[in-house]
Design a protein around this ligand. Structure first.
Ligand SMILES: C[S@@+](CC[C@H](N)C(=O)[O-])C[C@H]1O[C@@H](n2cnc3c(N)ncnc32)[C@H](O)[C@@H]1O
Length: 208
């Protein structure tokens, strides 16, 4: 397996330094990111109980939505940066069913087949080795459970307003758009949803 530890430490340090600025990014996207997170949860058809994992949980915008949806269950958010997790705790203090873990998504600290659902919003484009993170997501989800992803694609389209925002975002956060769908299909999964949006892709699969 490739060793991403140096790049991942740089990513962690960047998010630790810029944690307070991360939420400005949602303002820049004029609410479209939060709209897309809500849509992904809706497309996943989650029940209101069970155990859900939020990969690269960051400042907790998606985790808060999940905790509200899974009101009789538990949500665990994992992220490599301590400072974003602190903001996440503050934002979501009313959600007692949401817990946070500091760790890396390339080697998840959970046993096989633990979760009913796994999410990763706006994260696969930030991780070094997103294919490894997806393989880990499939490992920790139960058979019949779902993995739901939303991330920027490797975007070379014409420079309209969304394309401009996408390029600006990837430049600021040293992110890299990723086309994960072909990798996703190599796993033992059924594709429930694939939305090829202009600059992003949304994917929901069920583990078989
Ligand atoms: C763009 S933010 C996305 C946060 C959140 N999921 C959302 O929807 O806003 C990306 C997050 O990925 C985290 N991250 C990057 N590489 C990681 C890794 N290898 N393991 C865990 N978290 C990582 C960063 O610390 C950052 O909080």
């Amino acid at each position: 397996m490739p060793d991403y530890s140096d790049e991942t430490k740089k990513t962690r340090d960047r998010y630790n330094r810029l944690a307070m600025l991360y939420d400005l990014d949602d303002v820049l996207w004029l609410g479209s990111k939060q709209f897309s997170r809500k849509k992904l949860i809706k497309l996943t058809n989650l029940s209101d109980s069970g155990l859900v994992l939020d990969l690269t949980t960051g400042t907790g915008r998606n985790a808060g939505l999940l905790a509200k949806r899974v009101k009789n269950g538990t949500v665990i958010g994992i992220d490599i940066s301590r400072n974003v997790l602190n903001i996440n705790s503050f934002r979501n203090k009313k959600h007692k069913n949401l817990h946070r873990v500091q760790g890396t998504v390339q080697v998840l600290p959970f046993s096989d087949k633990t979760f009913d659902a796994v999410f990763c919003t706006c994260g696969m484009d930030t991780i070094d080795g997103p294919e490894i993170a997806f393989t880990e997501a499939v490992r920790v989800v139960k058979t019949g459970g779902t993995v739901s992803l939303l991330h920027l694609k490797n975007n070379k389209g014409p420079l309209d307003v969304f394309n401009f925002l996408s390029r600006f975002y990837t430049w600021i956060w040293r992110a890299e758009g990723v086309d994960l769908f072909s990798h996703v299909k190599q796993h033992n999964v059924d594709v429930l949803v694939y939305k090829n949006l202009q600059i992003a892709e949304a994917i929901v699969v069920r583990k078989t």
